[in-house]
Each structure stands twice: as C-alpha cells, then as structure tokens.
Design a protein around this ligand. Structure first.
Ligand code: SME
Length: 168
C-alpha cells in the first residue's frame, strides 16, 4: 500500500515539490499506463498540496481537450483549444498562472468555488497531448514556485507514461 508522506506544516514550496517529485517517481515506477499514472498523480497532488479544490488532467482527443482522471467536483468534459485557461494553455503551448479567475477572459467555471488556477501543458515531441489543471478556492494561490514544481511533476509523468498522440 502506498502511504503519501505528509509534509511539515512549515515546509517551503521547493521542499514540498521536491517531496512530491520523489513520491510521484515512486508511484509511477514500473507502470506505463497513462490513465493509471494520471489518476494516481491527481490523487497525490490533491492529497499533499494545500488549498486545492480540483486537481486533474485533460487530454487532447481529436480537435479539443477531454476530461481525464481528477480529484474534486465533477467538471466540464470537453474544452475546445483556445477556450478557457486550459484551452489557452494548449494554444500558447505554455503554462498559465491565473491569480484571479474572474479576471481571465473566457475562464470556464467548473466549480464556482475556484478563485485561482494553474495549468501546465503536456508537451512531448513538439505535440501538446493534454494539460494538468489545478484549481484553488483561494485567490492568488499559485506562483512561479508552483509553476516550476508542477512542470517538473509533468516531466516525470510524461517520461513514465505511454501517452498516445491522439490529436486527430
Ligand atoms: N477552469 C478551466 C476549466 C476546467 S476546470 O477548472 C476543472 C478553464 O478555464 O479552462
């Protein structure tokens, strides 16, 4: 049984993400299934990062994003490229930190509790394969340390998983 290693309350973000990266590497070790690894990664992030109300994946399927494994309330299923924070991250091929979702034009509200958001695209071989999306009920929850930390987690996920390039 996997036991997530709790972090001290006063741990800094660098320390938190270092521990998350180590635990994620252990979780995905020996498993190449992209859905199973995404499910466990969502659960690990949701369990260990404070002040989240949603953590999960969308994958590119044909022309747009489709909901993947996640933790949190049920979410919108399909997001066109260029729409919302997730679709914009795909279009720009870069991570997006949104301090105030109400100030982001076109933000898609899946959970009305969400106040800030971080989206990291999954990019392999030049192709965007999906996104990792984190939502928080606190405004301004995510900063550069979160972006860098989550990009590292996505790297570990991509290296470990056989993710089909299914852009249609
Ligand atoms: N807020 C996202 C939609 C996904 S949910 O937050 C889970 C967006 O604007 O793309």
């Amino acid at each position: 049984m996997f036991e997530a290693k709790a972090l001290p309350k006063n741990a800094g973000k660098a320390e938190v993400y270092e521990s998350l990266a180590q635990q994620l590497s252990g979780l995905v070790d020996g498993e190449r299934d992209a859905i199973a690894n995404a499910a466990n990664m969502s659960a690990l992030i949701y369990d260990l990062l404070p002040d989240l109300n949603w953590a999960g994946f969308y994958f590119m399927r044909g022309p747009g994003l489709v909901l993947g494994p996640f933790q949190g309330k049920p979410a919108c299923i399909r997001i066109p490229v260029g729409r919302g924070v997730c679709g914009t991250a795909v279009e720009r091929r870069t991570s997006i930190v949104v301090p105030d979702v109400h100030a982001f034009p076109g933000h898609i509200a899946c959970d009305s509790a969400s106040r800030s958001e971080l989206v990291v695209p999954l990019i392999r071989g030049g192709a965007v394969l999906g996104v990792l999306d984190l939502d928080s009920p606190l405004p301004n929850r995510f900063d550069e340390a979160d972006r860098i930390g989550c990009e590292k987690l996505v790297e570990i996920y991509l290296a470990a998983s056989d993710l089909p390039d299914d852009r249609g």
